[in-house]
Design a protein around this ligand. Sequence first.
Ligand code: ZN
Ligand code: ZN
Ligand code: ZN
Length: 382
Amino acid sequence: MPTGSTRAGTLIAMFEARLERVRNAMKQGGVDTLLLSVGPDMPWLIGYQAMPLERLTMLVVPIDATPTLVIPSFEVPRVVERPGVFDVDGWGETEDPVARVANLVDAGATVAIGDHTWTRFTIDLQHALPGRSWERAASVVGDLRAVKDDAEIEALQRAASGVDRIAAALQGGEIPLIGKTEAEVSAELGRRIVAEGHAKVNFAIVAAGENASSPHHHPGDRVIRAGEVVLCDFGGTTAEPDGQPGYCSDITRCVYTGEPPAEFSEAYDVLQAAQAAARAAATPGTPAEDVDRVARDGMAEADLDQWFLHRLGHGIGVEAHEEPYLVDGNSEPLVAGNAFSIEPGFYIADKWGARLEDIVVATPDGSRSLNQASRDLAIVEA
Ligand code: ZN
Ligand code: ZN
Ligand code: ZN
């Protein structure tokens, strides 16, 4: 175990390395200043998450000066300081934080601003900095965040193992379903997500019977009965020490409350085979859209591709959905270190649906699923 101070040193080295990669990307993209506020870019870069409130918190990264975190002064105690990585500048309650940020911006013309920044601050900054050209910060950090380092893959693995244990409990009949409402089961999944080391629940979709035909069904009063599919898609963001950003989990498993009809099991078998083929295909160098195509071709064997209504998958990291997206039209090849979901499904309106989702990492040796929970259609009797 590293001692507290060596761990802090390791963390500073990690954030310094990220800052170095960001500066290189800024140089390549001709970006003179990067501005980050709420959203996942800032915690990824410096290990601080802005409060999503009306008082401005903004990290100013000029191309060749130390970054400054401009923050309400009474929130300074929340910041884990990282000497050498960034300075902290607290603004008083009656001061103008926009003017403060504008003063720190590099004289160069191009400013990239975080995609999640509140529009009111973006517009105020555009007025305070006339004549600049504005870009989305995704053009600087998107590709960097999409390639995970070893520490990030470890965090994603811990997150995945946590929800795997919940999936195993679901498949083993330890989470009562029959007679419960979808909302009750969703709340139980949420409790277990937190118990498994997550700081927050991002979603816990529970969709019974015909509701499973709606991919993003909102769990409600529908009582789960015997003899139907129950689709559960759940995940959260892990709690990490020392102000480090949390990483996301995301898994989908289906169970059947009793013996499934042959029509459903046969369709599920095709889904399972298509998902396995897509996982195997998700290797470095393979265009993202080709992996989507592999899954769709697999589903076509039983004419199920017509009911596969969404893209195959999304990247995952500090954000539940991020680059790269595995979708027709994205010809970018996967690279080692990409982490993403593989989640084909079929959705037949008013009847039923199913989805099977794992988080997979592209590695130099091929692809590796972080989720290991059984992918078979479990039959539960309770
Ligand atoms: Zn989704
Ligand atoms: Zn999901
Ligand atoms: Zn997903």
